[in-house]
Design a protein around this ligand. Sequence first.
Ligand code: LMR
Length: 337
Amino acid sequence: MMQLLRSVFFSMLLAFGIPLTATAQPTIVIKFSHVVAVDTPKGKAADYFAQRVAELTRNAVRVEVYPNSTLYKDRDEMEALQLGAVQMLAPSLAKLGPLGIKEFEVFDLPYVFDSVSMLHRVTQGNIGIALLKKLEPKGIKGLAFWDNGFKSFSANRPLKTPEDFNDLKMRIQSSKVIESQMRALGAQPVVTAFSDVYMALKTGVVDGTENPHSNFYTQRMFEVQKHMTITEHGYLGYVVIANKRFWDSLPRGIRNQLTQAMNEATEYANRIAQEENDKALARIIETGKTKVYVPTSAERLALKREMVKTHKELTSRIGQNIIEAIYSETGFKPEEL
Ligand code: LMR
C-alpha cells in the first residue's frame, strides 16, 4: 500500500514538472546517439541540450549523449530509435529518405538553397512543420531542425571542372539525390557509413567525398585528401527526433521542460553552425595538408549546370508539390541557369 501511495505521489510530481531529488525516484534517462565528433555543430548542440535538460528538470531527466558512432552507425541508429533502444537522435536529413519519407530528400538537391536564411524560411515555416508531422506514422516524433552547413568536394586531385570528377569513386550518404548528383558529374557514388569514411579514403576504397568543413576537419580527412574545392553546392543539416512512444509517455511537465531545452539548443545550434564551419575551414588550411581551392564564377556555373539536372530527374520521387513550394519560398529558378 505504502509503495503504491509513494509511486502515485511521485507520478503527480512528475506530471506537474516538479523535479525530484536523485534519491527520491529513478531519473528518466534519455540516450541520445549521434555519429559526429563532439566538437562540431551537432556535437555541441547535443551536449548543450543535455546540460539544459539537467538544469531545467533539476536532474529528474538525464540525457546521455553518445557521439562519434559509439553506440550505432548511420542506418542502425534509426532502427535503434524505432525499437526504443535509444530515445533520441539527430540524423542528417538525407537519412530520412531511406526510411521511406522521400520529401526529406528535397534538402539534398544541389543548389536548392543559396543561403542559410533561405533554408530557415523552409525549416522554420509551414513546410518544416509539415515535414516533422510526416515522421509520426514511422513511430518518430520530430522535434527540431539543426544546421550544419554547406558541403564542399574533396579528392586527391584538383576538382575544378565537371570533367575532373570523371570516374572518381565518391563516398556519399545513402541518398538517391546525392547519388544522382555524383552521376551527373560523371563520378561513381559509393554509399559508406560516416564512421568508415576516413578508412575508406585512406585505403583507396573511395577517392573523394563531400562534407561540410566541420565534419571534414573533425574526422581528420585532411590527412587523406590532398585537394578540396569550396563549392558549397548542397546543404547538410539535421532533424532532431525522439522515439514517439517514449516521448508521448513522458509526464506533461517533463515534456514541456524538454521542449524548452530543445528550443534553446536549436537556437544555440543554428547560431554556432556557420562559425564552427568557418573555424574548421581555417584549421584545414592551417594544416597545409589539403590544398583548398576557391572556384571562379565560371567554374561554379559549369558545376552547377551539371548538378541541377538532378532536380528534374528526382521530382517524381521527392514530390512536385514540395519542390515547387521550396522554389517559391527561395526564389530558385533552375530554368534560368
Ligand atoms: C554523413 O554521413 O556524411 C553525415 O550525415 C554525418 C553527419 O551526421 O553530419
